[in-house]
Write a protein that binds this ligand. Structure first.
Ligand code: NI
Length: 552
């Protein structure tokens, strides 16, 4: 057995370390995912005014800013049973959904795609043949002209001539796991560059109603503050225009690229490469006048005909293998590394991550786009069904095939297309509400008259999966705050029963051709879209106060 240490895992958010044990054939036999940075946002929130929870919780992450901001505000509203006007709810959804689109496109092109695209090979492509290759996957491919592809090659040649590859340096170029033809590499490289522009324009859409991004600031307890923007038809139009443009890229580049990838890695998909434990979790979210975008439910062991109801009471958290004191999980308890610099994992009780282990009915779960698509589809959500069916038909896949490394990316792309289309329903709900019902954006309340003591919770689907926030208010101050983020679920370490978290399980059986360049393992990890800053949270067991600090 040989140990491979990947630290840090790059092209993700935050500090992740992965260690895998491979046998003589290079096949992964055991895996450990480790969150490498302790955080304590819960401690900062303590003793604060609950109305400030949103702005502070938003700082949990630099990527998922709006997700925590909104969840924290909703958590406080839940605690005080405050009603939020319809307009405010819709605006919150519009900010959140634009963030989904931004996050997913950035994830695929700028974080994941270079695990499949050998940029250096794109120089060998013939532009005329590239035009034809793109037509295999779309009737009307995005910016599909010889002149454009020649331009992209010229840009790349400039990097090469300068003796370095600029943003494309330090990768595993030439690795045997890269399978795309030069032309296919050029198509994806071209979209990589287009997606940089996409990223700026979709950020503007988030900022129209969010005030700014990252860290939107237009949500307040009881409603929203971007009143003049929603009442101004020009601002609503600006938002619509950006979404329409985004749809062009999603339909003509992102989805076709996913079909291209499926085609190139079909054998790996059929072998189940990158499949985790098959336990999935999601909550009902994004309600509009015609239904909801995503259904709530729980699937165990890929039993796709048997979706169980989601019950938050079945969630528990463990720190057996995480760097916290066993009987006082608010207290960090760091144990050192081995002499060779590797994680201490030899004994079944060794601790190796700052991420605690959330479990549902004592099972490790996977959340995210794949979970949402599987659960909403099998629960016969009539809105999502045509999007999933079309992709599966056009790429000749079955539903189970999505539970793989490439499939996880495909599920994310399907979801992006679905959201970009349904955003228009939310806009029309907003316009109808403003025209026929009311223009209210904030529900008035008297803070002094609210209860001294209250408890609240919020469950949301956010780009990377299920996000839960919990608050305990005493003397009108935050006594306790607790978060379980999507990556807390997916990157969780083992528990004392030895069950692996989703990242770890997905790595088992992966074949690594070159143990010095473990590209195959990185692909699997990145397919989950890790966000490590979000993932590390101290646990609020027994609702004890977070007041003790000790790093050994
Ligand atoms: Ni995050």
């Amino acid at each position: 057995m040989k140990k491979i240490i990947i630290d840090p895992v790059t092209r993700i958010e935050g500090h992740l370390r992965v260690e895998v044990m491979v046998d003589d054939t290079g096949t992964v036999q055991e895996a450990y995912a480790s969150g490498q940075l302790f955080r304590g946002i819960e401690t900062i929130l303590k003793n604060r005014d609950p109305r400030d929870a949103g702005l502070m919780a938003g700082r949990i992450c630099g990527v998922c800013t709006n997700s925590h901001f909104r969840a924290a505000v909703s958590c406080v509203e839940d605690a005080y049973a405050l009603e939020v006007p319809k307009n405010a709810e819709i605006i919150r959804e519009l900010i959140a959904l634009a963030l989904f689109i931004q996050d997913h496109v950035v994830h695929f092109y700028h974080l994941q795609s270079l695990d499949f695209v050998d940029v250096t090979k794109a120089l060998e492509a013939d532009p005329a043949q590239t035009v034809q290759a793109a037509q295999h996957y779309s009737d009307d491919p995005f910016r599909n002209s010889e002149a454009h592809y020649e331009d992209v090659q010229k840009k790349l040649q400039t990097f090469v001539n300068a003796g370095k590859l600029g943003p494309f340096s330090n990768a595993y170029w030439g690795h045997s796991a890269y399978r795309l033809s030069p032309e296919e590499n050029l198509i994806l490289l071209s979209h990589y560059l287009d997606a940089l522009k996409f990223q700026t324009s979709i950020s503007k859409a988030i900022a129209i109603f969010g005030g700014k991004t990252p860290h939107p600031q237009s949500i307040v307890v009881g409603g929203i503050t971007s009143v003049m923007d929603i009442l101004n038809p020009a601002r609503v139009n600006d938002y619509l225009f950006i979404i329409k443009e985004a749809k062009e890229f999603i339909d003509r580049a992102y989805l076709p690229d996913m079909k291209l990838l499926v085609n190139a890695y079909r054998d790996e998909i059929k072998e189940g490469t990158g499949r985790a434990n098959g336990n999935f979790i999601s909550v009902n979210s994004f309600a509009f006048s015609g239904g909801t975008l995503f259904e709530s439910g729980v699937i165990f062991g890929h039993d796709l005909n048997n979706v169980k109801p989601f019950d938050p009471k079945k969630i528990s958290e463990y720190v057996d293998r995480a760097w916290y004191e066993e009987n006082d999980p608010q207290t960090p308890y760091y144990t050192d590394l081995n002499k060779d610099g590797s994680l201490k994992t030899e004994n079944t009780q060794d601790k190796y991550s700052w991420i605690k282990a959330p479990r549902y009915q004592n099972q490790p779960m996977e959340c995210g786009p794949l979970a949402r698509i599987l659960i909403s589809y099998t629960k016969k959500n009539k809105h999502v069904k045509p999007y999933v069916d079309r992709f599966l038909n056009e790429s000749n896949l079955e539903l189970i095939d999505l539970s793989t490394t490439v499939g996880r990316n495909a599920a994310r792309a399907i979801e992006t297309q679905y959201i970009a289309e349904y955003l228009f329903k939310f806009i029309s709900d907003l316009l109808q509400n403003l025209t026929y019902y009311d223009t209210e954006t904030w529900g008035k309340y008297d803070f002094e008259a609210l209860p001294e003591t209250a408890k609240g919770q919020a469950f949301f689907e956010v780009p990377r999966g299920l996000l839960s926030h919990f608050i305990n208010i005493e003397d009108q101050k935050i006594a306790n705050y607790s978060v379980i983020a999507p990556t807390t679920w997916n990157a969780s370490p083992k528990n004392n029963d030895g069950q692996r978290g989703a990242y770890e399980e997905a790595l088992i059986g992966i074949k690594i051709a070159d143990t010095d360049n473990p590209l195959e393992a990185l692909r699997v990890i990145r397919s989950f879209d890790p966000c490590l800053a979000c993932a590390v949270h101290v646990i609020n067991a027994k609702e004890k106060k977070l007041n003790r600090y000790k790093i050994t």
